[in-house]
Design a protein around this ligand. Structure first.
Ligand SMILES: [Zn+2]
Length: 472
């Protein structure tokens, strides 16, 4: 039996509006090479200046990951050559990162696992190389984007752990509002280190798998790599310390290059940027930037509102949805009812219209009112679905819609009695059949009464009035 160790390096684009060390716009999808200036292109004689907003977000993440914050964070030059890096060095952090020695608790299946964080450091992104036929094109818009790298200790064991970690981490940075977590657009990227060894023998040679751009690929690539290394061990072959790439078309990892050691980068202190010492006010703003973390919130949702694990999982996924849910319950609606509307009819409407809850005309107050009207027997569940459609189409409150559209439940036995008489007269043969003992025909009569009432009659009242009139 072998033991496997997985550590992750996750890069996130911070949602600052400008780049790390200049005033250029940091925005995905703009025309190539439009957001560049002498500073981010590394022209001679220019001086970088630190984006304090991005630094603040970095400290918020480090704090949320329970790190020891650096009272004096410094910048280093990491020297290497890539065509997409115009300066031939990257401003990064080596000796004094933003934070160190943290941890995060994540949920894997039914259990909670604590994963240690080695460090959190701030750096700038490189540009992007685009290969088109026999040409290679360079877009430097991304060069200089504020990037945060989070490095875990090798505490994860299998691909499923890494996938769960990545999902939790993505939720965390979205809760904190520091990254949109969009892996397709490269706002979140992941490299993974994996090593295996005989049980109890400690870490083996480290293989790094680069550029995993979805949590599914992380799982598949790591499990593949564990299998590959196990076969090497079985055959008593030496595992090379190297960097590999995941080939998603072939479902296998492939060698890329031999792994550099840190000293290959010839790190040295960045001479153009002074160390950053956070002020008391800066640190206060960092504290203000924190929020209740997703896992804590999930546990509280279960405890405070009686949701089960699946329901709480659904509600806590997005912070806005969790806030919306709590607001609706605060307005008097039943928690499980709010959950079931959000996870079924509301979700369907949002998907159909291609909008998010945040951008929809449905507010927590409107949903609470709708649920309240059903509970008060003012409308049936069926009418409520119609009202929900109208809320989305007309951006009106449920009460206004019910009055405008005459969508009020009829529960007055007198009014319903008249409809029943009408239906009984029109279908006297059916009534005779029921009286003769064919109870199955009752359903037909109920259906006719509902139809005549436009679907507005209260089903329970219809049942009792009908029974009384037919069977006496
Ligand atoms: Zn610039």
């Amino acid at each position: 039996m072998y033991q496997s160790f997985i550590g992750l390096e996750i890069h996130i684009h911070l949602t600052a509006e400008t780049k790390a060390f200049c005033g250029c716009k940091a925005h995905f999808g703009d025309e190539e090479n439009t957001n560049i200036c002498p500073v981010c292109m590394g022209f001679p004689g220019v001086l970088p200046t630190l984006n304090e907003k991005a630094m603040q977000m970095s400290y918020v993440v480090a704090r949320a990951l329970n790190c020891t914050l650096s009272p004096n964070t410094k910048f280093d030059r990491k020297n290497y050559f890539y065509p997409d890096m115009p300066k031939n060095y990257q401003i990064s952090q080596f000796s004094d990162p933003v934070g160190r020695d943290g941890y995060i608790d994540i949920e894997i299946g039914d259990s909670i696992k604590r994963v240690r964080i080695h460090d959190v450091h701030f750096e700038e992104d490189a540009g992007k190389m685009i290969h088109a036929g026999d040409m290679s094109l360079l877009d430097y818009n991304r060069a200089g984007y504020p990037l945060l790298e989070v490095v875990t200790e090798p505490d994860l064991v299998i691909g499923e752990d890494a996938e769960a970690f990545l999902k939790s981490f993505r939720r965390l940075v979205r809760y904190l509002g520091v990254c949109d977590g969009n892996m397709d657009e490269g706002s979140m990227r992941c490299d993974a280190n994996v090593s295996i060894n005989h049980q109890g023998a400690g870490l083996g040679p480290k293989v790094e798998i680069k550029n995993l751009n979805s949590s599914r690929f992380v799982r598949k690539a790591l499990n593949y790599e564990i299998g590959r290394q196990s076969e090497f061990m079985d055959a008593d072959k030496k595992i090379d310390q190297e960097t590999r790439l995941w080939n998603e078309n072939r479902d296998q990892s492939e060698p890329m290059r031999k792994k550099e050691d840190d000293n290959d980068y010839r790190y040295f202190p960045e001479p153009d940027l002074p160390p950053f010492k956070p002020s008391a006010e800066f640190l206060k703003n960092v504290e203000n930037g924190l929020c209740e973390l997703p896992l804590v919130r999930k546990q509280r949702l279960m405890k405070s509102y009686g949701l089960n694990s699946d329901q709480a999982e659904y509600i806590h996924e997005e912070k806005f949805v969790a806030d919306f849910f709590e607001q609706a319950v605060f307005n008097g609606a039943d928690a499980v009812q709010v959950y079931s509307w959000l996870s079924s009819d509301v979700k369907k409407l949002l998907n159909r219209k291609g909008i998010s809850l945040e951008n929809s005309p449905l507010s927590a107050e409107r949903l609470a009112k709708l649920i309240d009207m059903i509970a008060d027997d003012q409308i049936s569940g069926k009418i409520a679905k119609k009202v929900l459609d109208y809320i989305f189409d007309e951006d009106q409150d449920p009460e206004t819609i019910c009055i405008d559209k005459k969508l009020v439940q009829i529960s007055d036995p007198g009014v319903i009695g008249k409809i029943v008489d009408e239906v009984m007269a029109a279908h006297s043969n059916v009534v005779e059949a029921v009286k003769a003992g064919d109870a199955r025909q009752m359903g037909f009569l109920v259906g006719q009464i509902m139809k005549v009432s436009g679907g507005n009659a209260a089903p329970a009242v219809v049942q009792s009035v009908l029974k009384e009139k037919v069977l006496g």
